[in-house]
Design a protein around this ligand. Sequence first.
Ligand code: XIL
Length: 342
Amino acid sequence: HPATLQETFKNDFYIGAAINVNQIKETDSLMAGLLKKEFNSITAENMMKSMHIHPAKDSFNFEIPDKFVELGQKNNMYIVGHTLVWHSQLSPWIEKIKDSTEMHHAIQSHINTIVGRYKGKINSWDVVNEALNEDGTLRNSVFLERLGENYLTTAFKLTAEADPDAELYYNDYNMCQPAKRDGAVKLVKKLQENGAKINGVGIQGHWNLNSPSLEEIEKSILAYSQLGVDVAITELDITVLPSPWDLQGADVNQNFEGNPKMNPYPDKLPDSIQDKLAKRYQDIFALFLKHKDKIKRVTFWGVNDAQSWKNDWPIKGRTDFPLLFDRNLKPKEAYKAIISLK
Ligand code: XIL
């Protein structure tokens, strides 16, 4: 098939992939080649998270992030910075701050230094990541504790000042669950009322073969876009493996490592599941196409199955098949199912 993902959807939305150091340094040149051919947007999978980019108060690691931005620029890609304010993979020095003024200064220097460095180069920032609980209330974090709920407005305003042209996103998971959706709508409205610029809502899209339903996904696309902002699917992957949370009576903290029930396809995905995955991706993309006027970008959380974090989360050492390219970088049935929509 001559068409690529980016060509197929060029009039609809950007097609992105999260990448890490392998693709950037082109240590894996086949993978890097595939990335440039198929995708027109990249997101930093880990390298711009605070523990990596800002490990100590006066220390920044820009070597890999600089190469990431260069790669995107060279290939005319829509470049996404991920992420500025997040409770996870957080620098220990920020986590330890006890004083509110000090916390404000930490966020200010973090945002000014990083966003300022890539001003005019990074197209979009995930300004705040995962600030909500499942019931739609604000997650308790070191940011909420030190600065109160205004930390969100502060983060968006500081980012807008540091790069007025960047598009600013709020990004989270389970964004198609009703209670969390309501919470996200409230959060965006609050930012808007407070005069902060917000351009979009990121629906991460760590989904499985059944959930969330197409109806709930559609409700979320509509609800967010009605706020006057863009919608992006920012971290799409569809696991085919059972989740410990779905096991009746299972304790999530229980150790599932090495449990064969939790790793049912150690060698190869059965054709029947391959087909289900293709159908699921096709249904989802048909919905995205229906709402292409509202959707700015669809980004996969990785290029191929071997790269996916889903092999190790929430249980380590499994064999998952959540993406469009297999372990040999060959397009899967799901890839063909998506391309065939056009
Ligand atoms: C994940 C990365 O893919 C892993 O490599 C890392 O070990 C943990 O974080 N939500 C997010 C992403 O916003 O940053 C996370 O990425 C996946 C969940």
